[in-house]
Write a protein that binds this ligand. Structure first.
Ligand SMILES: *Cc1c(COP(=O)(O)O)cnc(C)c1O
Length: 423
């Protein structure tokens, strides 16, 4: 049986422990929702203060040059590239995840329309994140294509000659189940299908090798494990083999080969720069860079591989403690037991009361979240583990709170059973 002092001992022996000090975390909070909104880096306040007072307040428009504002999409892009196995200058920061998905899906669709016009189907996973499905639906309507939704285990056998694009999120937002990106991409390519990967729950959470896995297009989120702040800009990547040929539909001036020539005709910039559309949001970019830097700070300690090793230990400890200490309360772990198929989260389910249990935990300072199920998928109590700032004792204490909430029936109180606008 694991004890709390075992967990304290593991924290003392953890080489990554000092990285927690990079974050401004409230004293009494156990934050297990970094998969939805990463915690705030301490450095962000000072950086934004300087940006406001000096770069914007004093230097005004000159800062596009003197403070390098214009290069931020590339500079931060190259930092994120180090975390996801991309080469320098194959990845940029721009817009939101949803908008970038529209760009890359269209780019992939355009390539397929030129190569194999009979392919007019986009395949995705039925439980993919809704915005991904909605964006694909919208594009299909525009193109007269079909979006086909399958269960994860049905996908490989259903990539027929009518399929143009396979669009997947590597780590499922509900269950935490993780696809093998290289294997899935190889299968897709064998069937003549291009791949679009959403790394929203991967970037900064699990090691990713974009170039090595031979994916075609990828996008990812800045405000989850990259700690960029609420609504942070997202990123977008293209495999070098498409870099010269792809085109995207939001052909704005920042993606023009020479934006400051103010030419009346669009000519795309070289490579990944053509993904840019309008003027980058500099305040949000600066905050994102502080967030990305907190992940890069793990490089001297072994980088993503070390973070992943700790994340596996944290998720395994949580699942094991829930099974040991909360047995008999109807809670079941739905995330894969095999760490190689699991992202940095553990999801529980219960036939009733999931929402209220999460609310009762939040009232105790243990922040997770709840995702409602439907006729095919169960309700989910979701707990994300960010190895940069989550301690082993946090895991122990969180499970102890969960146990108390269950044993005392605290979750049945009316105040925990009222739904709020954002779950
Ligand atoms: C978080 C998330 C998004 C978020 O998209 P936004 O445009 O930032 O709202 C998209 N896709 C997936 C899979 C996500 O997990």
């Amino acid at each position: 049986m694991t004890t709390r002092s075992d967990c304290e001992f593991r924290d003392q022996a953890d080489p990554l422990a000092p990285l927690r000090d990079q974050f401004a975390l409230p004293e009494a909070t156990i934050y297990l929702d970094g998969n939805s909104l990463g915690a705030r880096p301490k450095a962000t306040s000072e950086r934004l203060q300087h940006l406001l007072e000096q770069e914007w307040g004093h230097d005004l428009i000159q800062s596009w040059n003197t403070a390098g504002w214009i290069h931020l999409p590339h500079r931060i892009g190259n930092k994120i590239a180090r975390l996801v196995g991309a080469r320098d200058n194959d990845l940029v920061v721009a817009d939101s995840t949803s908008v970038n998905l529209y760009k890359v899906l269209t780019a992939a669709a355009r390539i397929q329309r030129a190569r194999s016009p009979q392919r007019r189907v986009i395949v995705s996973e039925r439980s993919n994140f809704p915005t991904d499905l909605y964006i694909a639906e919208g594009l299909c309507e525009e193109l007269g294509w079909t979006l086909r939704l399958l269960e994860a285990e049905e996908i490989e056998a259903n990539l027929g000659p009518e399929v143009a694009v396979l669009m997947l999120t590597q780590v499922n937002y509900r269950t935490g189940r993780m696809f093998d990106m290289a294997a899935m991409t190889a299968t897709a390519h064998g069937a003549g299908v291009l791949t679009v990967w959403d790394l929203a729950h991967s970037a900064g959470a699990v090691p990713v090798d974009l170039t090595g896995s031979d994916a075609d297009f990828a996008i990812g989120c800045g405000y989850k494990y990259l700690n960029g702040g609420p609504g942070a800009p997202a990123f977008v990547w293209v495999h070098p083999r498409h870099a010269g040929e792809f085109s995207q539909p939001l052909s704005g001036w920042m993606g023009h080969i020479a934006p400051f020539e103010f030419s009346p005709h669009y000519r795309p910039a070289e490579g990944v720069a053509r993904y840019l559309c309008g003027t980058p949001p500099i305040l949000a970019m600066a905050a994102l860079e502080c967030g990305v830097d907190t992940v890069l700070a793990a490089e001297p300690y072994g980088g993503m591989a070390a973070l992943r090793a700790k994340s596996i230990e944290l998720t395994e400890l949580f699942a094991q403690l829930v099974e040991q200490r909360c047995a008999g309360h109807g809670l079941a772990v739905v995330s894969p037991g095999d760490a190689s198929q699991r992202g940095s989260q553990v999801c529980l389910t219960r036939t009733e009361g999931g929402y209220a249990i999460v609310q009762a935990l939040i009232a105790r300072g243990v922040i997770g979240d709840f995702r409602a199920g439907d006729e095919r998928t169960p309700d989910i109590l979701r707990f994300g583990f960010t190895p940069l700032y989550t301690r082993y004792v946090d895991v122990w204490d969180a499970v102890e709170h969960l146990r108390e909430v269950m044993v005392s029936d605290e979750w049945q109180r009316p105040e925990f059973n009222r739904r709020r606008a954002v779950t």
